[in-house]
Design a protein around this ligand. Structure first.
Ligand SMILES: [Zn+2]
Length: 179
């Protein structure tokens, strides 16, 4: 099963901010409300408040990238914590969000457990570093799939009254989950 359905694209005209955290809303839009690293949608449970701004090249590596929008990534707290200040210019390494290669590195098995590309050392490295093997990751992938199904239902909700009712029910529960 494909890992990611939407590719983020950063605005080329970001605002200027004094703190990297203040870019959160812009990044959230550019990254389709999804963690760049694991694709988790921020509407899952209480996770919206637990999304953060990650520095792809850590501040400890390059202080000048601290407020550089092209270096900032919308990231869930799990990925941000696990990635931490890890960075390398030689492989294996993390892949920049703008790079199309990241798209191909992962997939899911039928139970929505993460799979890495065995022929790619970066894939294996990221899988290990971000702990994609954790039980929690699989559960979050399943929640994520609900989000995709909900989005599909939203597209066809006006074609049939029964579908509309189902969609409204899901939306109500979603609001309770997020309140
Ligand atoms: Zn994540």
């Amino acid at each position: 099963m494909d890992f990611r359905k939407y590719k983020p694209s950063r605005t080329k005209t970001p605002s200027s901010q004094a703190k990297h955290r203040w870019f959160l809303d812009e990044l959230r839009t550019d990254f389709n409300q999804r963690c760049w690293y694991c694709d988790l949608h921020d509407s899952q449970m209480w996770w919206k408040e637990q999304f953060e701004v990650d520095h792809f090249i850590p501040q400890s590596e390059d202080e000048t990238k601290k407020l550089d929008y092209s270096n900032l990534v919308y990231s869930c707290r799990l990925c941000n914590r696990f990635k931490s200040s890890k960075y390398s210019v030689s492989e294996p390494c993390f892949i920049d969000p703008e790079d199309n290669r990241y798209w191909e590195l992962f997939s899911y098995d039928e139970d929505l457990k993460f799979l890495y590309d065995k022929n790619d050392k970066n894939s294996k490295y990221i899988f290990k570093e971000l702990k994609f093997y954790l039980w929690l990751r699989q559960k979050l992938n399943i929640l994520n799939e609900f989000n995709y199904i909900e989005a599909e239902l939203c597209k066809i909700k006006d074609t049939n009254p029964d579908i509309l009712k189902l969609y409204q029910k899901i939306s109500q529960f979603r609001q309770k989950l997020n309140s």
